[in-house]
Design a protein around this ligand. Structure first.
Ligand code: URA
Length: 210
């Protein structure tokens, strides 16, 4: 049981994350920054993905060239806030398949309630990257990973932008085998389940719904 946490603290990511955290950063910039960070994170998250050799011809010679099988990769967006991470990662992984899980957080209990689930078929043959920007209480992520595991993917990783220590602990308690990739681990949750210092409500800031 590995309980892997990869904090991707490249200066470009840290800089863009700091811009996102600022309360005066508007919707368009927030969304754009999250997409840019997600592209950069995709680079790190796919670092250990297998490549296979394919015969190609360069203008000068034939060679066996390493290639990813993009169709084997499934990006699963946890709605609604996963959308911008999904879009950013698709910029780097254009052939990836896409799944969606609709979950909302009951504001009183903070428990995750599912309202939508659609993923590609033949998941046993696919490598899944599940995305949701905020690992706060961990309830949504744990519920989403439960559902994804039931489809028996070949491999599974979870990517968020920010994690709270409480969310990481809950995630690891239920899914110690699923590596977590995040740009930062913040201090703690407040009494409403928001990450501190965090960046506020990621969905509202991304979609301008506040
Ligand atoms: N979801 C958010 O959007 N922000 C938080 O701080 C916690 C959960």
């Amino acid at each position: 049981m590995s309980k892997e946490v990869h904090v991707i603290d490249h200066p470009l990511i840290q800089h863009k994350l700091s811009l996102m955290r600022q309360k005066d950063t508007g919707t368009a910039s927030f969304r754009q920054l999250l997409q840019e960070i997600s592209m950069l994170m995709a680079y790190e998250v796919t670092r250990d993905m297998p490549v296979t050799l394919h015969p190609i011809e360069t203008p000068l010679a034939e060679m066996d060239a390493p290639m990813l099988d993009g169709k084997k990769i499934v990006l699963i967006s946890i709605l609604r806030a996963g959308t911008a991470i999904l879009n950013g990662m698709l910029g780097i992984l254009p052939s990836a398949r896409v799944g969606h899980i609709g979950l909302y957080r009951d504001p009183k209990t903070l428990v995750a309630v599912e309202y939508y689930f659609k993923v590609p078929n033949e998941m046993h043959d696919r490598d899944v990257i599940a995305v949701d920007p905020m690992l706060a209480t961990g309830n949504s992520a744990v519920a989403a990973i439960d559902r994804i595991k039931a489809t028996k993917p070949r491999s599974l990783k979870f990517v968020c932008l920010l994690a709270a220590p409480e969310g990481l602990a809950a995630f690891h308690e239920h899914h110690p085998d699923v590596p977590v990739y995040t740009a930062a681990v913040d201090e703690r949750l407040n009494e409403k389940g928001y990450i501190l210092p965090g960046l506020g409500d990621a969905g509202d800031r991304m979609f301008g719904t506040k």
